[in-house]
Every structure is written in C-alpha cells, then in structure tokens.
Design a protein around this ligand. Structure first.
Ligand code: PMP
Length: 426
C-alpha cells in the first residue's frame, strides 16, 4: 500500500484535529483518498512518511518560489534564531524589510506586517472603511481573501472546493456589507455602484485570480474598474497575496499597469514563515493606530525569524534578475507540453497561465470566471490528480487551485511531469 503510514497518521490525526488537518483543502476531501503526510522538503521535492518523493507544484501554496529549504535562507534564519525568537519590541530588521519593499513595489509608501494573508486583507478593508467612512465592500465571486467573515461570501479556494462558499457563522449583518460582482463582468460592478451610491468603501480583488483556478482579466477590464473606483472615491485594493513578488517586484500592479490604493501581500513575503502585509499611500496608512483611529495589532507581527526569512528570500529574488524569466519559461513549457499531450489523447481541457501560475481545467469550456470554473470537469481533474500523485507529482488537491512553479523545477522535473501526463488515461 503506497500511503500506509500516511493513512495511519491521518486516522490518528482525526481523533485530535477537526478533519485531521489544520486547513481544510489539505484533507483531499474533494479529490477523495488519503492526504499524504510529508516529513521533509528540499529543492523541488516533498518527501512523505512512506518514503516516497514528489515533484512539488504547490510549494506551500506559493511561498516557496525558490524551492524548499534554500541554503541561503536556511543559513540566515539559523543565525537569526540564535539572537532570540520574538521580542515584542520594534527591531531594526522591520524597518529594513519595509524599506526594501517600499523602494521596489509601486504605490506603497508605508507597509504594516501581520501574520497571514487573511489578516492582511481583513485589516486592509477595515482601514478602507475607516478612511472612507463607508461600510460596504465589493468582492468578486470565486476570489479568496482569507477566512475573515466579510470574505466568506461566494469565496474561492477551499470554500469553493467544498461547495459551500457561504459559511455558517458569518452573520447576516456582516454579509449584507459584502456586495458580490462577477469577474470580467463590468456591468455587474456598475450595477452595484449604481444601487449603493456613496456607500462603497473598497473594491477588493485578486487582480489575477488564483483561487478559482488561475483566471486572466479580460483586456481593459481592470482599467475600467480603476476608473469606476476613482469616480466613486472608492479604494481599489489589490490582493497580491499570491501575485506579489511572484510576477516580479511590481506584481500585478505593474503587469496590468494599474495603480491600486491598497495592496495586500502574504506567502513569498515571509519566505515560508507566517507573514502577511498590507501597504498603500501614506495618508491612508497613517490612518492606522497608533497614528490614526483605525485599530490593528499583533503579538507576533514583524517576528524577527519571519522577517529574516522574508527579507533574505526577497533579496535573492531582487539580485537574481533572471529568476522570473526562468520560472515563467518553465511554466510556459509545462503549459504547452501538457496541452499537446492532452490534445493528442483527445482529452478536452483548457489551461490558464500568468507568469509562474498555471491551472489545468478539464472540459470544453474556456474559464473566465467562477461560473465557468464551477462548470469545468472536476471528476476528470480528480482522476488526473490521483494519477499524478501515484506518479510522484504533487498537485493541489482541487480543481479550484493554481500550480505555483518554483525555481527548483529543472528539466529533469519537467520531463518527469510530462512522462506522468503521457501515462494518464481518462
Ligand atoms: N488572499 C489570497 C489571494 C490568497 O490566495 C490567500 C491564501 N491562499 C489569502 C488571501 C489568505 O492567506 P492566508 O491563508 O495566509 O491567511
């Protein structure tokens, strides 16, 4: 049995942890089967408890852009650890990383560190509400901004995977202030602005969504959205938790040539440690406590180990300017080759890619929004997932997710992946 020890560990875990996992999508509930318990990760590979290895296309859901356990990050973190784990006081390192980021990303004059992407997005909308003195926000069906109450309304990622994008426990009072628009559908946005004039604090979106699978914005969509926000004095919040530092330092703002009012980050910014951040123009950010009236805080925010891992990762990305070209090229090759193989087999599919994010959908439909993503052939995806897993290729266990390509994926891993796709039978 391939996953003997994983099965035993999963069985045991369920006695003590709800569903045996600390984040739902890890449970393999939608694809079926037993989640694989990992015990080690190095470079392009994950190693499980049964002694098998996998080429990793999740990369901890995005953070491990360099691959796992990068020696330079490991050394920097080890040295930092010797100085203490957490001080609960300001440190020079926090200014260093803030300055480093601000000098390199667009439209961020000040930045605050938090502990997760959820916290970053939750804090950004509180700030937007406080700053504009308005209550309502617009989010898009299928976009995921973490599990804070305001966002669990038709959310993507795990919330979509489990077919329950509206969670019990989110009060009607909270839900009424989250208005829902459809991605790539300007009319749906205009209607909401028309019906709620002067009431919308912010529009938040993943500029290149990755949580309903990878989706690309239509030509002109984002420009028009920016215009509508400006006309209505509504803040445009780009959730770059996935795209930040993955598409290069400019993120989606630069790739799409759009200026956001607030930007949220996570994943890569912590180099694999628990970090999120949000930033924006000085006058908005200075509305935060202790300068301003909007409260936001965190016991471990700006934790020195996490800051050191993040700063070291970002420094490597900044210095190795060819890195983004390399991972984008790897992703393009995977996209094109996988598509050719599936076409030759007569398996209907469509693949969306942006930079080093890519999703393989099955079925005839082109995927432009959440409705499309829901209509993709998820049964075939589940079969594909298990086939690839058996072949030693680790994909996200849901058809609503994105693959994240790391710089550790080399030709040998690409070949291994394509050989596995070759063997797939629907
Ligand atoms: N925003 C986006 C775009 C995300 O992809 C995620 C997590 N996948 C989040 C926010 C929430 O981040 P976290 O899981 O760190 O709370």
């Amino acid at each position: 049995m391939l996953y003997k020890r994983s099965s035993a560990l999963f069985h045991e875990a369920q006695n003590y942890i709800p569903g045996g996992v600390n984040s739902p999508v890890r449970a393999f509930k939608s694809v079926g089967g037993t989640p694989v318990f990992m015990k080690k990760a190095l470079g392009a590979y994950l190693y499980d408890e049964d002694g098998r290895s996998y080429v990793d296309y999740i990369n901890s859901w995005g953070p491990m852009i360099l691959g796992h356990t990068h020696p330079v990050v490991l050394e920097a973190v080890s040295q930092q650890l010797e100085k203490g784990f957490s001080f609960g006081t300001p440190t020079e390192l926090e200014t260093e990383i803030a300055k480093f980021i601000i000098e390199r990303v667009p439209n961020v004059d000040k930045i605050r560190m938090v502990n997760s992407g959820t916290e970053a997005c939750m804090s950004a909308i509180r700030l937007a509400r406080g700053y504009t003195n308005r209550d309502k926000i617009i989010k898009f069906e299928g976009c995921y901004h973490g599990h804070s109450d305001s966002f669990l309304i038709k959310a993507g990622s795990g919330a979509a995977t489990f077919g329950n994008p509206n969670s019990p426990g989110v009060t009607q009072g909270t839900a009424k202030d989250t208005l829902l628009a459809r991605f790539n559908d300007l009319a749906s946005i205009q209607e909401l602005f028309h019906a709620n004039q002067g009431e919308i604090a912010a529009v938040i979106l993943e500029p290149i969504p990755g949580n309903m699978g990878c989706i690309l914005p239509d030509e002109g969509f984002m420009q028009e959205l920016r215009k509508i926000c400006t006309e209505n004095e509504t803040l445009l919040i780009f959730d770059e938790v996935m795209t930040g530092f993955r598409l290069d330092f400019g993120g989606a703002q630069k790739a799409l040539n759009i200026d956001a009012d607030l930007v949220t980050y996570g994943k890569i910014i912590g180099g694999g440690f628990p970090v999120g951040a949000f930033g924006g123009r000085k006058e908005i950010m200075d509305y935060l406590a202790p300068m301003g009236p909007v409260y936001q805080a965190g016991t471990l925010s700006g934790n020195p180990i996490a800051m050191r891992a993040g700063l070291t990762t970002l420094t490597i990305l900044d210095q190795d300017r060819d890195l983004y070209n390399r991972i984008n090229t790897t992703t393009k090759i995977l996209h094109e080759e996988i598509s050719t193989i599936l076409s030759n087999k007569g398996i209907a599919h469509s693949i969306n890619r942006f930079g080093s994010m890519v999703s393989v959908f099955f079925g005839d439909k082109t995927i432009r929004n959440f409705d499309d993503a829901q209509q993709a052939d998820h049964a075939t995806f589940n079969q594909f997932f298990h086939h690839m897993l058996t072949e030693g290729i680790y994909l996200a266990p849901s058809g609503y997710e994105t693959w994240f390509i790391s710089d550790s994926i080399q030709n040998i891993e690409i070949e291994k992946t394509l050989e596995a796709v070759e063997k797939f039978k629907k």
